[in-house]
Design a protein around this ligand. Structure first.
Ligand code: SF4
Length: 135
């Protein structure tokens, strides 16, 4: 059995508590508070203690879904990205860039959230970006 502790920052809110992911044989099994972190000093709220749980959840989506005639159908990445690009283009052409927006998530990395807001602003041309951690 291989065990290691990987430092990170809780992504569930803007406080930015320091955490340690306990990783056993390549799987994240728990989240611990970082005692030396200046923000949380060894404490976490209930969301932080459960930060790792979605990673291995059986409910986690692992491939794109495309809504077709009111039902979500599994699709490949190329197809899903093509559908999204076509729909963004059509809506923006008809109603302008502020008619669309991007919602991001605390369950992806800070770097992925950064890329999503960059995509909204630089590619779609809108500042309509929001995130559940802003609540
Ligand atoms: S959700 Fe809780 S543990 Fe996570 S950063 Fe915010 S206060 Fe800290």
């Amino acid at each position: 059995m291989q065990c290691k502790f990987v430092p990170s920052v809780c992504s569930y809110c803007g406080t930015g508590c320091g955490v340690l992911f306990e990783v056993i044989d390549g799987q994240i099994v728990s989240t611990l508070p970082m005692k030396t972190h200046p923000v949380n000093q060894g404490k976490l709220c209930i969301k932080g203690w459960n930060l790792h749980e979605h990673v291995n959840s059986v409910l986690r989506l692992k491939q794109p879904l495309v809504k077709t005639f009111g039902r979500f159908i599994k699709a490949g990445w190329d197809e899903a990205i093509g559908v999204a690009a076509d729909r963004f283009r059509a809506i923006i052409d008809e109603h302008g860039p502020d008619s669309v927006g991007v919602l991001v998530s605390a369950k992806v990395t800070n770097e992925e959230n950064y890329l999503a807001q960059k995509f909204a602003r630089a590619v779609l041309g809108t500042n309509n970006v929001d995130h559940c951690a802003r609540l």
